[in-house]
Design a protein around this ligand. Structure first.
Ligand SMILES: [Zn+2]
Length: 262
């Protein structure tokens, strides 16, 4: 579902229908103040965008999404499977991002998020326990099972039942554009076993379906397939709307996907 305002972002109707206590969104690159390769709603300063621009982009997103994005908690995404559990204690010492690729929390009014430009953003919500997760899953994180780690952390820390969870897969590089080598295919074979429906072969070579891989992992750990939104656009096909690390040659910004419980 596309929401138009000062910026453009999509929400999962399935997540929103599950409770009025969750707020979330997959932001596009529209509506910010960053320029050059970061044009325009960039949230990541690692590649050289100005801190002042990122701060202004957060303020713009906060107003557009009616959510305190200026205090969003993100992590240093390192393509692993470490999950940060954000509670009163960890929030108290949280003055700079830690290395992790997923965040879970039951803290109200603290948005959590992941930054992507081709990797898969996944937002998960438990309407029974009022717990949220934000997951960053590139191919390496998917091989390591980062979304499985996030669901298990929700169960272990907050007693979430996977059958209650709602999940939404956001914009990422789809199987139309994600060309990979045999090394990636071998890594998936070692992790997944059966990989026939995860790879496509054409005249040029292999293409990987990261959406199918993460969907399979979520269903495998107990989520209902009918509780997962998967209709996300391809970032590389739509660089007018999204940052794409591969399509834009590595010099680009990162779009934000966020979720917050109230
Ligand atoms: Zn594509």
């Amino acid at each position: 579902m596309l929401v138009s305002s000062m910026i453009q972002y999509t929400v999962s109707a399935l997540l929103n229908a599950s409770s009025d206590r969750v707020r979330h969104g997959f932001l596009s690159r529209h509506g910010g103040v960053s320029v050059g390769p970061f044009k325009s709603l960039n949230f990541d300063g690692r590649d050289g965008d100005l801190p002042g621009n990122i701060k202004r982009n957060k303020a713009i997103a906060a107003i557009a999404c009616n959510c305190p994005i200026e205090k969003i908690v993100t992590v240093n995404q390192v393509h692993g499977d470490t999950v940060l559990c954000l509670d009163e204690k960890t929030l108290a010492w949280y003055d700079s991002p830690v290395d992790a690729d997923a965040i879970i929390t039951a803290l109200p009014d603290i948005p959590i998020g992941v930054l992507t430009a081709d990797c898969v953003p996944i937002l998960i919500y438990d309407p029974v326990k009022n717990v949220a997760a934000a997951v960053h899953a590139g191919w390496k994180g998917t091989v390591k099972g980062v979304v499985v780690a996030a669901v298990k952390a929700m169960s272990g820390r907050f007693d979430s039942s996977p059958a209650d969870l709602r999940a939404a897969i956001g914009p990422h590089i789809r199987e139309c554009c994600l060309r990979v080598g045999d090394d990636v295919r071998e890594a998936f074979a070692a992790s997944f076993g059966e990989i026939d429906n995860l790879f496509h072969i054409d005249a040029v070579g292999l293409r990987l379906d990261l959406r199918a891989a993460n969907l399979r992992q979520m269903v495998g750990v107990g989520l209902d397939v009918n509780h997962i939104t998967t209709d996300a656009p391809c970032t590389a096909c739509h660089t007018d709307r999204f940052y794409s690390y591969r399509k834009e040659g590595g010099k680009t910004g990162r779009q934000l996907s966020f979720i917050m419980v109230r």
